[in-house]
Write a protein that binds this ligand. Structure first.
Ligand code: GDP
Length: 368
């Protein structure tokens, strides 16, 4: 029924970035996307291709383990990237973060350090490091301003990941101050879109809800289960908006201060479940599993600094979820590759055959 229809579904186009701006970076510049297989990295590659970049560099994990400084240095010596997007790392949702904290802190601290150091050592012109909104204190005033960083205790379910991400910001600032490197940082809110991780053990809430309502529809279950109370509030940004913003920042932003990237709009997890339910399986009843953690009560970014720079998101949440669900269907209802051993493909990642992802892996990317 739905799955058969799904396989031939067209993925509706969504238009990222509501602000008109023009890329001024040289289109033949060597641009390295570290973490190109993941949700964010694959979106940045798509955005760079759409802009006309001709020398987009990517590295498979078989070629370079990004936790290995010598391997990363050698790769940089061979390829000499001029512009670097650091969107690699081990990522996952609330369950993966609380059950695999060692991987989350070790992999991320190592990857950020090796790539930032190699970019300095091999004289990259500019580097954009992507963090996560989970870096902010758990009980932060809302909306969260950039200068609230390190003003209070972190949310315990993802503190090891957050510490690694905070270290990444400080790395960029330290290399800027000591060596004059043009390294900048951006902190995106919760992301979703093509190439998301739909595995229920490691995913974030939005792809998890798409899969849960879809599976419930296929099984004619009549209900879908949502973790926690449904009361926590989150903000969601389509990854194609984020990719547009990353290229914008690579063009336009040069400062020590990290910058928030989001929509400035949040909703409760209960409201999100209703929205996903309306799109995927309107007949489903929503049940809450109070045994699962709620995590941070609210995470809404203050995006006024980004708006002042001249960038706003363009993809509305409902259209974005409909498009993400169409992608899920068109890609067999499974999650994307976390790693392959082949050279980087030229085709947009969203069209690649899906592979099941059972665990978040190094060289993925994004926010927690
Ligand atoms: P967080 O933003 O770091 O807390 O990460 P998540 O995206 O994993 O979770 C956000 C909120 O959604 C938390 O309150 C979760 O308990 C809630 N949630 C509800 N259902 C799900 C689900 O199926 N998977 C995940 N990951 N979170 C869920």
């Amino acid at each position: 029924m739905a799955s058969a229809a799904g396989r031939s579904a067209e993925v509706p186009a969504v238009a990222p970035g509501a602000s008109a701006w023009a890329n001024t970076l040289p289109l033949d510049g060597r641009v390295y996307v570290a973490g190109h297989r993941g949700l964010v990295g694959s979106a940045i590659v798509r955005r760079l291709k759409a802009a006309g970049f001709t020398d987009i560099l990517t590295a498979e994990r078989a070629e370079v383990d990004l936790r290995d400084q010598v391997a990363v240095n050698n790769w940089f010596a061979r390829h000499r990237p001029q512009y670097v997007f650091v969107v690699a790392g081990t990522v996952g949702g609330i369950l993966a973060n609380s059950t695999r904290p060692a991987e989350f802190i070790y992999d991320n601290m190592m990857i950020h350090a090796t790539v930032v150091h190699a970019a300095y050592a091999h004289k990259a012109e500019k580097l954009l490091y992507l963090g996560s909104s989970c870096i902010y204190p758990r009980d932060c005033p809302q909306p969260i301003r950039e200068d609230f960083l390190l003003t209070g205790p972190l949310e315990p379910t993802n503190a090891p990941y957050a510490i690694a991400k905070i270290a990444g910001i400080q790395l960029c600032q330290a290399y800027r101050r000591q060596y004059g490197c043009n390294f900048i940082s951006a902190m995106p809110t919760n992301l979703y879109g093509p190439n998301d991780n739909f595995d229920l053990n490691s995913s974030h809430v939005l792809p998890a809800l798409i899969r849960k309502f879809h599976d419930a529809k296929i099984a004619r279950a009549g209900h879908a289960t949502v973790w926690g109370s449904g009361r926590p509030r989150r903000e969601f940004l389509h990854v194609d908006d984020l990719a547009d913003c990353c290229l914008f920042l690579m063009n336009r932003y040069e400062a020590d201060q990290h910058i928030n990237v989001g929509t400035g709009i949040d909703l409760s997890i209960g409201e999100l479940a209703q929205l996903v339910g309306r799109i995927v399986y309107p007949q489903a009843r929503i049940e809450f599993d109070a045994a699962k953690p709620d995590g941070t009560p609210r995470k809404l970014l203050d995006v006024s600094a980004l708006h002042r720079l001249g960038w706003r998101h363009g993809i509305d949440l409902e259209a974005g979820i409909a498009s993400a669900y169409a992608w899920f269907l068109a890609n067999g209802g499974a999650s994307p590759a976390t790693e392959t051993r082949k050279p980087a493909a030229a085709k947009p990642a969203a069209r690649k055959p899906a592979r099941r992802n059972t665990a978040a892996a190094a060289s993925e990317e994004t926010a927690s």
